[in-house]
Design a protein around this ligand. Structure first.
Ligand code: TYM
Length: 327
């Protein structure tokens, strides 16, 4: 049995990339009876400006989404990151062994700050260290994430090894788990970049809450190429991405999909894909709405999770404080 942990930011819409990259793989591992931790990383979200009322709503929305996707609070510690202050405490200690150079090399940091000059916050720079603290507090072995978070999990490994070497065996060394298909869903409007909540155009992503008309419109306008045949080819990035999404929502293999669209064109393929996406998302959306209708219960679940998480996190912090000589 492995200890599995992951987390998502409550920064507005969650999209199908988040779902297939992290939520679904987590739920699959949860059901194999492991010790699990999943939380809403509100302190990561504030590394870019957030409107407080919106942030509060988004935390509830993220929680409802996890539950709707099958996260079971009986098997998983489900909580809000800021409610377990040991996360930020450990982040500070890890800050004191992390190197500026290794943080400067983080590709996500480079992407997010390109052209922003001096307005970049210290929080954004330090974000991967808080993520390392998130992971290391709970003796995590497996971190299911999308491809874009691999480098951050590797930093957590490096920091764990560095700390253990300097102060003695303290942290478990975590491993990222990245699925083969769907670990990097690309933008519908630009298949060169990953699907992202912070994309400039809404046409970039399918939100988990998009209705049938919106899905239809977005899929219809998704970028493909002029070849017209339905054949998976990594070089045909737009189509390859759509086939991957098709495969994820229907469970069909790429071969089966190619077979059923022999002699047919993009129009039919896209119409069917929109229908399958809608069929896939509808039940999830209904469950999300049901969970959202009882905010008191959502808060209750988060509070219970935080109480249990605090106990585990405090155990680890006692050891850490002791090792570094402040206890
Ligand atoms: P975040 O909130 O940006 O994304 C949440 C999860 O969704 C995955 N993901 C994708 N997967 C496939 N295709 C995409 N287009 C796509 N876009 C996003 C991400 O890889 C991620 O798994 N720093 C993290 C949150 C975090 C965390 C942690 C994760 C904080 N502490 C500890 C794991 C463990 C983040 O910002 O993810």
């Amino acid at each position: 049995m492995s200890k599995v942990l992951t987390a998502l930011q409550p920064s507005g819409v969650l999209h199908i990339g988040n779902y297939f990259g992290a939520i679904e793989p987590f739920v699959k591992l949860q059901d194999s009876g492991n010790t699990n931790v999943l939380f809403v990383v509100d302190y990561h979200a504030i590394t870019v400006p957030q409107e407080p009322e919106m942030l509060r709503k988004n935390i509830m929305f993220a929680t409802a989404t996890y539950l709707a996707a099958g996260v079971d609070p009986k098997k998983t510690l489900l909580f809000q990151q800021s409610h377990v202050p040991q996360h930020t405490e450990l982040a500070w200690i890890l800050n004191c062994i992390a190197h500026m150079g290794e943080l400067e090399r983080m590709t996500q940091y480079k992407d997010k700050t390109r052209g922003k000059g001096e307005a970049v916050t210290v929080g954004l720079f330090d974000y991967p260290v808080l993520m390392a603290a998130d992971i290391l507090l709970y003796e995590t072995e497996i971190v299911p994430v999308g491809e874009d978070q691999k480098q951050h999990v590797e930093l957590a490994r490096d920091l764990a090894e560095r700390f253990n070497k300097r102060f003695g065996e303290t942290f478990t060394i975590p491993k990222p788990q990245i699925r083969k298909e769907g670990a990097r869903i690309m933008g519908l409007d630009d298949p060169e970049i990953k699907m992202s909540k912070s994309a400039k155009s809404e046409k970039n992503f399918i939100s988990l809450m998009d209705d049938d008309k919106t899905i239809e419109k977005k899929i219809k306008s998704a970028v493909t190429d002029s070849q017209g045949t339905i054949k998976y080819d990594e070089k045909r990035k737009g189509l390859a991405n759509l086939i991957t999404i098709y495969s994820l929502v229907t469970g069909q293999t790429n071969n089966q999909i190619e077979e059923s669209y022999k002699g047919k064109g993009y129009k039919e393929f896209k119409e069917d894909l929109a229908k399958h996406l809608n069929d896939f998302l509808k039940p999830l959306q209904n469950k999300i709405k049901t969970y959202l209708s009882d905010e008191t219960e959502l808060k209750n679940i988060l509070d219970q999770g935080a109480k249990k998480a605090q106990i585990l996190a405090e155990q680890k912090m006692k050891d850490v404080r002791n090792k570094i000589g402040v206890y």
